[in-house]
Design a protein around this ligand. Structure first.
Ligand code: 4AD
Ligand code: MG
Length: 465
């Protein structure tokens, strides 16, 4: 019967069973004894399976001996314990059917040898065929599943917030504009009463930078909610940690304060790391061997230790006393730059760390002003190798304070009228955060560039595929 390669290697199918696997050739080696060893991968798990093809096969000389990396095959035979190193089972083939050849094998971009990541970005449509991108894809899937499982188990509801919006949720002016449709060519009579001489929505619209404001509305009725969806930022930062299109997870909880918010972030990250350690051992072992040698131990260490917390004011003191020469100034009132974040998490703590209570003037308008009048109840989670992976806060639930902050940031209260309503009707303290999903994948997979954490990266000047 047809089985995935992962299932064939799992030990759950008895040796001696007749199985069929379908996939793509990784390598072929011909032995002097008149046999060929064809490694076949179907991506179901990290390891390919070795198909042993005897010279007696009808198509041995005509086809099997012409197989190259990337050819698609269907192999049927007997599952047998393997003598080969690092594999428990192999298939002793009675047939190897070639479904799709690779034309011009010499120029096939994915050869069985290591490729540079820069090169692979140029063939983003073929890179899932490599060991690394197979591993990253399966780990990313495992993390996404664990995100939904964690929140479901904790009684959260998943809210799908809009992608097209009129609000700049972060007030940072980094939105992509949704352009006016070119409706000149629409056939007459279609349009159901909409005046197509104006913009489709009758007002300026943008791609969302965050679903938070919409999620707050649901938290103030369903208590615990989260979003998980695509997010867009038109920031012209050509860095290894910024994408123009990324996925964000944003939990929002009524009656939570900043301490409860930080606790939620800690429990959440630990749950996700545990899931990867349990479910993706094959891929993590490869990452540890080839990409980041501490890939496994650092997840285990984070799970074992309490989450380190540092107040922003203390962080500034630590940075100033560090003796390290930073490129950007370190001064109370200035935002932390990536180099500062990385020093705190890499040099000072050695694990992910939460920094809390930032100066009010450098954080978003919706964050709750602390009693000192100078700081807001904000938190950023910083991770080694990256810097910020989570940004969150307790929200300003007092209408007069929110109005004052919106005025300070030059935001039109009328435009945010719906957002002010939550403070007018049954307001309560509430808090939440946003986890950048690709930054999480970068951290777990030990990647150096966020462009390798998403299938088709969108960055300034790049939107191919
Ligand atoms: O700190 P940010 O801007 O916070 C928010 O959007 C809040 N609304 C979250 C909330 O409280 N609900 O973004 C949150 C996270 C960052 O910590 C980072 O991990 C990720 O989103 N992020 C990006 N990831 C990739 N590319 C970009 N351009 C990113 N901008 C933010
Ligand atoms: Mg942030």
């Amino acid at each position: 019967s047809v089985t995935s390669v992962q299932e064939a290697l799992s030990g759950r199918i008895a040796a001696g069973s007749r199985v069929t696997v379908r996939g793509w050739v990784r390598t072929r080696r011909d032995s002097k004894a008149g046999l060929s060893f064809v490694n076949v991968s179907d991506g179901s798990g990290f390891h390919p399976i070795q198909v042993v093809a005897p010279a007696a096969l009808d198509n041995y000389e005509t086809e099997v001996k012409r197989l190259t990396a990337g050819c698609a095959v269907v192999a049927t035979g007997t599952l047998a314990p393997s003598q080969g190193q690092g594999q428990a089972f192999e298939i002793q083939a009675e047939s190897v059917e070639v479904v799709g050849w690779v034309e011009d094998p010499e120029t096939y971009p994915i050869q069985p040898k290591p490729h540079s990541l820069e090169f692979l970005r140029e063939v983003a449509h073929l890179r899932p065929r490599t060991n690394l991108f197979g591993a990253v894809t399966r780990i990313r899937h495992c993390l996404a599943q664990a995100v939904h499982r964690f929140f479901h188990e904790q009684g959260f509801y998943w809210i799908s917030t809009p992608i097209i919006t009129t609000s700049d949720a972060e007030g940072a002016g980094q939105m992509f504009r949704v352009s006016t449709l070119d409706l000149a060519n629409l056939p007459r009579g279609e349009g159901g009463g909409i005046d197509f001489s104006r913009d489709f929505f009758g007002k300026e619209t943008f791609l969302t930078v965050s679903g938070q404001l919409n999620a707050e509305a649901y938290a103030l009725a369903l208590s615990k909610v989260y979003t998980f969806g695509p997010t867009f930022r038109a920031e012209n930062s050509n860095t290894t940690r910024h994408l123009a299109e990324f996925w964000m997870i944003e939990p929002e909880v009524a009656f939570n304060d900043l301490a409860a918010n930080a606790k939620l972030a800690e429990d959440f990250l630990k749950y996700l790391f545990r899931a990867v350690l349990e479910e993706r051992q094959d891929d993590l072992a490869f990452i540890a061997e080839r990409v980041e040698k501490n890939a496994i131990t650092r997840l285990e260490e984070f799970i074992a230790a309490p989450f380190e917390q540092i107040d922003y004011t203390d962080a500034i003191g630590l940075l100033q006393k560090s003796g390290h020469r930073f490129e950007f100034p370190v001064e109370w009132g200035l935002d932390l730059q990536t180099e500062h974040e990385r020093w705190l998490t890499e040099q000072h703590v050695g694990r992910p760390v939460v920094v809390t209570n930032y100066p009010e003037q450098i954080k978003a308008f919706y964050m709750r002003l602390n009693d000192d009048g100078k700081t807001v109840a904000a938190m950023d989670v910083l991770a080694p190798g990256i810097g910020e992976i989570i940004g969150g806060s307790q929200r300003e639930e007092r209408l007069d304070m929110l109005d004052a902050r919106m005025a300070q940031f030059g935001l039109d209260p009328e435009h945010y009228g719906w957002y002010r309503d939550f403070r007018r009707y049954g307001t309560v303290p509430h808090a939440g955060f946003g986890l950048g999903f690709e930054r999480l994948v970068v951290y777990v997979c030990g990647l150096n560039n966020i462009r390798d954490a998403i299938a088709y990266p969108r960055t300034p000047g790049h939107a191919t595929f």
